[in-house]
Design a protein around this ligand. Structure first.
Ligand code: FES
Length: 299
């Protein structure tokens, strides 16, 4: 029997032998993880620096409120690699779960990924039950414990056939990623929606931002950490994502520069955020803001 036949037969047997509760959990988690991978694979901006949905922006935004910010700040330097690994892993976990290839390992990886997402992106959400990542972590854990309880499914089969079956899942995951790239979502529709969503969003009350002060915020439609300045002449803002490798810059009021903690790039906020020191050569992107009544708003 070849490896493909072995996978099909194993998958059929596993579906037949499971309880309905187990099947429901397995189907939902497997499909959801494949869908999550597909959503990233078909997003033309996910691995593209400067795009609104760029993974580096998301990681930098997560780091603003995450208890594992110290880790996320390092991942922003390798955002494309991190995004690629996450996307392929989501496909692999989903396929492995549906096809019963190393299912306990796939369930543990799903649990670890959902926990990581919860700590990264939704840890600050209260009450906690509004954060779906924590629910996914519990679903994966319950699914894993069900399998351990049944003791029918091995974690990883390191025999030759097991390695081949796992390799086939890896090939499927990479192929699905390429298929998604070949069938991109319409970016025009999503960017139109996002710009409408962010128009006029209030950032801070003018009274709370005295002349000479700065204010850090996350841009509502771009989802990127940003920094707002108020001077005698008005307000202006820049993306806080370093144009070198994507770390988050901060304002140093003594040097009057936006300084990147990763490799020391400096940007002059009073001269269109041009790069003035360190490895970065591109200015920080300027963001449109305005004063509207008593508020500073995204324009
Ligand atoms: S990421 Fe390298 S200097 Fe900012």
């Amino acid at each position: 029997m070849n490896a493909v036949q072995s996978i099909s037969r194993g998958a059929l047997t596993s579906w037949r032998s499971q309880s309905n509760a187990h099947r429901v959990l397995r189907l939902f988690l497997g499909i959801t993880w494949i869908y999550a991978g597909w959503d990233k694979a078909t997003d033309p901006g996910f691995l593209t620096k400067g795009a609104p949905t760029y993974i580096g922006n998301q990681l930098a935004a997560f780091a603003q409120n995450s208890p594992i910010a110290f880790l996320l700040n390092h991942t922003t330097e390798r955002a494309v690699l991190v995004g690629t690994v996450v996307m392929i892993s989501e496909f692999a976990i989903g396929f492995a779960t549906l096809l019963a290839v190393a299912p306990a390992t796939a369930a543990f990886a799903g649990f670890a990924m959902a926990t990581g997402l919860w700590l990264s992106s939704s840890f600050h959400i209260t009450p906690y039950f509004l954060a779906s990542d924590s629910a996914y972590a519990i679903l994966w854990l319950a699914y894993l414990l069900l399998m351990i309880g049944n003791r029918k499914m091995p974690a990883i089969n390191i025999q030759r056939r097991g390695v081949i079956r796992t390799g086939i899942i890896g090939v499927l995951a990479v192929a699905a990623s390429f298929a998604g790239k070949a069938l991109p979502k319409s970016s025009a529709a999503s960017s139109t929606n996002s710009s409408k969503k962010g128009a006029g969003k209030q950032i801070i009350k003018v009274a709370d931002l005295p002349v000479g002060a700065t204010f850090k915020f996350v841009h509502s439609s771009l989802g990127m950490p940003s920094i707002l300045f108020r001077t005698k002449t008005g307000v202006f803002a820049y993306s806080a994502i370093c144009t070198h490798q994507g770390c988050v810059v901060d304002y140093n009021s003594t040097a009057k520069k936006l300084v990147c903690p990763c490799h020391g790039a400096q940007f002059d906020p009073f001269s269109n955020a041009k790069a003035v020191a360190g490895p970065a050569v591109t200015p920080l992107p300027k963001l449109k803001v305005a004063i509207s009544g008593v508020w500073v708003v995204e324009a």
